[in-house]
Design a protein around this ligand. Structure first.
Ligand SMILES: [Zn+2]
Length: 103
């Protein structure tokens, strides 16, 4: 059975791929986002970049990860342009309903 990411959330190491990099999606395609030591949200690309650029213990290095199952899109704080979309969308968003019908 697949790992239950809901109960093991926030542990960064579970989101590391075989190549040692932080992954974009967990099994099933669910999107992952990361938090650095200052609680900034990082998209997977920026999390990997930040890990490569900053020494261990630096506040900008990612320290936690989570799966974005449901809710509004999350913006990466690194540049406010990278969007992490939730797996099931935002149940409170009317725009999301329209979007679903469009596809
Ligand atoms: Zn980013």
């Amino acid at each position: 059975m697949a790992q239950d990411y809901r109960t093991t959330r926030w542990n960064l190491e579970q989101f590391r791929g075989e190549d040692g990099k932080l992954i974009h999606n967990v099994d099933g395609g669910y999107p992952v986002y990361y938090l650095d030591g200052e609680d900034n949200v990082l998209c997977p690309d920026c999390a990997n970049e930040s890990e490569a650029e900053n020494e261990a213990g630096h506040e900008y290095r990612p320290i936690a990860g989570d799966v974005h199952y449901e809710g509004p899109d999350i913006l990466c704080d690194q540049d406010n342009a990278h969007v992490i979309e939730s797996a099931y969308g935002d149940p409170d968003s009317k725009e999301e309903e329209i979007y679903v019908y469009d596809t």
